[in-house]
Write a protein that binds this ligand. Structure first.
Ligand code: TYD
Ligand code: MG
Length: 460
């Protein structure tokens, strides 16, 4: 019989230790290691040769194409790679109150109306609360099977007896418990055991499973990292609570592309899809203001135009402030250093603020040039030429490097009425529907703004 061993497990990353210690060596977190008696002692050796033989096949064996179940929320279907795959499991994480329960209720509500059997099990809210939300979303008449439960054993036995659902939602995995495990719901061993059981159930019943996961204070899905390995797809639902829009981002997808995003807007009747997200992130484009530039970015396969705002102000302090919202702080430091060393534009005595409008987070290095343009425009108080989009990566010697997907970026800009594009030289432009201004070095951007208005290299 397996001996119950004493084990100490980090609640943050799942690392295990023989003895208690204050700090986890793996993730560096303090006070997160607790005793876990649930796991068996080390397994006995397996080299006894008593296993069953497994069948090997070749790579080009014919398999059935995945059937996809579309829920009718097009943005969600697209991020999933074309809909839910039966038997697969999806984990969705996001800050509290961001709208995870809302989007999933909308997904099951719409899908059940299409004639699929959908089950929504909540461990957080009472069924009355969920029905109230369904009324608000105008989905109360949808034939969704709703339950409030926490015991995985009860869920499994109820679902195995009845007609299996096509889509099963568990909101959230941290509120579920398996009664064969001692620790409290939400602990690493509970989360791992419950997910394992539910994923096995989904495979057995061939239903798509969607698990809601809480996130920690630094935005990671709480519980063991292994949870992300166990599921087929990991989605993050992000957004700024001060803003209306929400972004659904796939960070892992065994059945589709990652880096795909879906954009939603939170309204008083739930989440509505945003068909043209670029217009959401562009603030007032009618007026020319200094310190703002429009970056033509890519989010996965989708072009997205965002406004980048820079403010350079004189500082009285010994160490002037640098504050960044929506972009990488160290990337800003690099651009400031390149402006200083390669273009002779020192901002050492100035405070620098950078903001990506709309609360979006930009990850691409291609935004470098748009950031530099916003900053230089703010210092010189000369607006970026009207109706221009900008993109390009800045190298340490000040050279502007070409970036990918030039045509998709330009096409989106043309669609939204932009007429000029400031882009890296050497970009291969196939369809020049915009007036292209190619730049080779960052100093050309500086020259564009520090000359007088009439000497601008770009006429608009
Ligand atoms: P919820 O879906 O409960 O978030 P999560 O499950 O991620 O914690 O988030 C709901 C939030 O959204 C709540 O603060 C209220 C708001 N909301 C709306 O603005 N409109 C709506 O129609 C609904 C249902 C919620
Ligand atoms: Mg919720």
């Amino acid at each position: 019989m397996a001996r119950i061993s004493e084990q100490y497990v980090c609640q943050h990353c799942g690392s295990s230790y023989r003895k208690w210690q204050g700090k986890c060596d793996d993730c560096g977190e303090w006070n997160c290691i607790i005793q876990d008696t649930s796991r068996d002692a080390l397994p006995k050796g397996l080299s006894t040769g008593k296993g069953r033989e497994i069948a090997f096949t070749s790579l080009n064996t014919d398999h059935e194409e995945y059937v996809r179940l579309k829920c009718g929320l097009n943005e969600l279907d697209r991020v999933l790679g074309g809909g839910f795959v039966p038997g697969s499991s999806v984990l969705i994480g996001g800050d509290p109150g961001i709208g995870k329960s809302t989007i999933l209720l909308q997904a099951v509500g719409l899908m059940a109306r299409l004639g699929h059997k959908c089950t929504y099990i909540s461990g957080e809210e009472a069924t009355a609360q969920i029905s109230m939300r369904a009324r608000r979303l105008a989905l109360a008449d949808s034939p969704v099977q709703l339950a409030s439960a926490n015991s995985v054993r009860d869920i499994i036995s109820s679902l195995e007896k009845a007609d299996p659902p096509d889509l099963l939602i568990i909101d959230s995995i941290q509120t579920m418990y398996a009664d064969n495990i001692d620790s409290a719901p939400g602990s690493v061993s509970q989360v791992r055991a419950c997910s394992q059981e539910l994923i096995r159930l989904a495979k057995k019943l061939q239903c798509a499973l969607m698990l809601v996961g809480h996130v920690t204070k630094d935005g990671q899905i709480a519980g063991p990292r292994v949870l992300e390995h166990m599921v087929d797809t990991v989605l993050y639902f992000e957004g700024d609570r001060g803003h209306q829009f929400r972004i659904l981002r796939a960070v892992k997808n065994r059945f589709g592309a990652t880096d795909e995003i879906g954009v939603f807007e939170m309204t008083d009747a739930g989440l509505s899809e945003v068909a043209n997200p670029s217009s959401l992130f562009l603030s007032n484009q009618d007026k020319e203001i200094s310190g703002a530039s429009v970056f033509a970015g890519m989010e996965g396969t989708r072009p997205l135009l965002v406004e980048i705002q820079g403010l350079v102000a004189p500082s009285q302090q010994a160490t002037p402030r640098r504050a960044v919202v929506g972009w990488d702080q160290s990337r800003l430091a690099m651009i400031l250093a390149v402006l200083d060393a390669r273009c002779g534009l020192s901002l050492a005595g100035n405070e620098v603020y950078l903001n990506v409008a709309g609360g979006l987070r930009v990850h691409e290095p291609a935004a470098d040039l748009a950031v530099a343009a916003a900053l230089v425009s703010s210092i010189s108080d000369i607006p970026v030429p009207e109706n221009s989009i900008i993109f390009g990566e800045i190298g340490l010697s000040g050279e502007i490097r070409a970036v990918g997907q030039t045509d998709a970026r330009l096409k989106e800009a043309a669609k939204l009425g932009f007429t000029n594009a400031i882009i890296p030289s050497g970009s291969k432009v196939k369809d020049p529907s915009l007036k292209i201004i190619e730049v080779e070095h960052l100093s050309e951007i500086v020259r564009l703004f520090t000359g007088s208005k009439s000497q601008n290299a770009v006429e608009v």
